[in-house]
Design a binder for this molecule. Structure first.
Ligand SMILES: *Cc1c(COP(=O)(O)O)cnc(C)c1O
Length: 601
């Protein structure tokens, strides 16, 4: 599809926009418009058609403007008649006639214009001709009876990229010749935002967006393996083998059997009736909370311990913050009789005594990290140091969809069992595999990656990622990486990361230990950047209330992480027949003290 950028007003801005090589640039000759054009057009590349936009302008005046500004097209936005259009044909330029659509449209109106103009343009009906900032229902065009190519216009912005891609596959798009954009790309009326436009053009041209990792370990611009050279052999060994090993029938068989008999899969997909009634939509909960050890993390540690065994490793190391991943790792090491060393910040050891006790009972050695802030990132540094020193016999189990390639992809593939199950479970209950929304909370992003995986390229499934806002996104006490983060390197990958101006990682904050992480996995950074996922931020307060609500409505005490995902129903309204699947990543037993203190129970 061609692109027309309309409502140009400022000369320097015109030159910048022209660099983006749109097919048409529009200049509005209409005094009542905030974008009324009153200067001269600078020299533009020949490929760009200069288009004058008029509203009920006297014909002589149109001809005058066409000659003065050497326009190659006119766009008629008023009540211009077919005769009016016909009389402009002598100019031998393109004539675009605009029609405004609200919820319906009588296509009969087009007939007399068929022979007197080159294109139709469909805009949203509003108070003023054009620039209203709203899209109309493009389904109306399914009844388009003509073969004349048309421009699609009206409030098109970055948010419409997915809709446009969907529209391109519809019957209605067959004669859609160009997209016309204007107000959604402005800093102020007439001044276009170049980076927004660039983003839009990139996203549109990237017809088949890939949300999976590429062979270099990247999700778009995020990912990769930024590791010390001494770690290279370990990571490379894993990279060369992980796909091959996962595809072995024996591996699959053992993984599936353990997930079934040890973890207790499939986890139910539960239609939450009372919750659905409260929010007047259909909510399904994917019950990862019912897994052995109480959360989704076990899916990944089972997978990785089997991987370690296939690679001949008999010593396992891990890092843990709140202790959840440490417990999941200690569990599978006990299961397999492998040595387990868990690095944990000294401060976290003091804060998370019950999980430390669990790990010890399971036979793991918990080693305190004494450097830096004595929390998760310091524990990570210790684990990496250990791995460098023990490259031959040791496997490092990373607990989220983060780390150097291939970890984010490997973890995602192990967690993908979540969406694999949702597909057939939803088919059984709703008669269709695809929900309208999948929702998950994001710490590093492993339960989310697993919940989204089989839906990443299903464009009718919308993805919602929920981050912890802590005390509020702007409070300085938050973990909302998609808002506060910038591109940076953490844990061996390039991703979105909360950091100070000079690149120091900032301490995140959330009441939920599992979301208290300064980055998101590279896949999520990509989903955020491309607009494939909608990111929402939920405060401590809203999450706690949503958690308590689920207790009372459904008899389920959720992990505080999962409560964040549940809190979106207070922020966003869904349609009554929308099917919304929420990942209930874990159970709330571990958070009991938090709930007790918070609600003074
Ligand atoms: C660890 C944890 C999370 C966050 O980790 P992700 O890798 O983002 O899934 C979420 N929920 C629960 C219950 C957890 O234990």
């Amino acid at each position: 599809m061609k692109l027309k950028i309309c409502g140009m007003k400022y000369q320097e801005n015109m030159a910048q926009v022209a660099n983006l090589k749109p097919d048409y640039l529009g200049f509005i000759f209409y005094e009542k418009s905030a974008r009324n054009f009153d200067t001269t057009i600078p020299k533009l590349p020949k490929s760009i058609k200069k288009t004058g936009v008029f509203v009920n302008e006297p014909i002589d005046s149109v001809i005058d403007k066409v000659n003065t500004h050497k326009l190659q097209a006119v766009q008629l936005h008023g009540k211009e008649t077919p005769e009016y259009c016909k009389s402009l044909q002598i100019l031998n330029i393109e004539i675009i006639k605009v029609f405004s659509i609200k919820n319906e449209f009588n296509f009969e109106i087009l007939k007399p214009y068929e022979t007197v103009c080159n294109y139709f343009l469909f805009d949203t009906k509003g108070k003023l001709p054009g620039g209203n900032g709203y899209t109309f229902d493009w389904n109306v065009l399914n009844n388009y009876p003509s073969t004349k190519p048309f421009f699609l216009s009206g409030g098109i912005g970055l948010e419409q990229v997915q809709d446009i891609k969907k529209f391109k596959q519809s019957k209605a798009s067959k004669y859609c010749y160009a997209l016309d954009v204007n107000s959604k790309f402005e800093i102020k009326p007439g001044l276009k935002d170049i980076s927004l436009l660039k983003d839009f053009i990139n996203k549109l041209s990237n017809n088949i967006m890939n949300y999976n990792v590429d062979d270099k370990g990247y999700y778009g611009e995020f990912g990769g393996a930024f590791i010390p050279e001494m770690l290279y052999p370990n990571v490379e060994e894993l990279r060369q083998n992980y796909i091959k090993i996962m595809a072995e029938p024996d591996f699959k068989k053992e993984f599936d059997k353990l997930l079934k008999d040890y973890v207790g899969r499939p986890s139910p997909l539960y239609f939450a009736k009372r919750l659905s009634e409260k929010y007047n939509t259909k909510v399904y909960l994917k019950r990862e909370d019912l897994n052995h050890t109480g959360a989704h993390k076990i899916n990944n540690t089972i997978g990785q311990i089997l991987m370690a065994k296939r690679l001949g490793k008999h010593r396992i190391i891990a890092e843990t913050g709140a202790g959840q991943h440490g417990v999941a790792t200690a569990t599978v090491c006990a299961l397999m009789g492998l040595e387990c060393i868990v690095y944990m910040g000294e401060i976290d050891i003091a804060r998370q005594a019950p999980n430390v006790a669990r790990m010890k009972m399971l036979g793991a050695k918990v080693v305190p990290a004494l450097s830096g802030s004595k929390t998760l990132k310091d524990a990570t540094n210790e684990a990496i140091r250990d791995w460098i020193n023990n490259p031959v016999n040791t496997h490092y189990i990373i607990g989220s969809a983060i780390g150097p390639h291939p970890y984010p992809d490997m973890v995602t593939r192990f967690q993908a069992v979540i969406s694999e199950e949702i597909k057939w479970q939803l088919k059984e209950q709703e008669g269709r595999e695809n929900p309208d929304y999948v929702v998950a909370c994001i710490g590093g992003g492993s339960n989310a990656a697993g919940t989204y995986y089989h839906y990443l390229h299903e464009e009718d499934v919308k993805i919602i990622a929920v981050e912890a806002a802590g005390l509020g996104v702007d409070s300085g006490e938050s973990a909302a990486t998609s808002v506060l983060g910038k591109e940076g390197i953490i844990h061996g990958c390039k991703t979105l990361l909360m950091q100070s101006k000079d690149g120091q990682i900032t301490e995140p904050y959330s009441i939920s230990a599992g979301l208290d992480y300064p980055g998101v996995g590279p896949m999520h950074a990509h989903l955020c950047k491309t607009g494939r996922a909608e990111f929402m931020a939920v405060t401590d307060n809203d999450a706690m209330n949503a958690g308590l609500d689920l207790c009372k409505l459904e008899g389920i005490i959720p992990a505080i992480e999962s409560s964040h995902a549940l809190a979106i129903f207070e922020q966003k309204t869904f349609k009554p027949d929308d099917v919304v699947v929420v990942s209930l990543s874990g159970r709330g037993d571990k958070d009991l003290n938090n709930y007790i203190e918070y609600f003074k129970i």
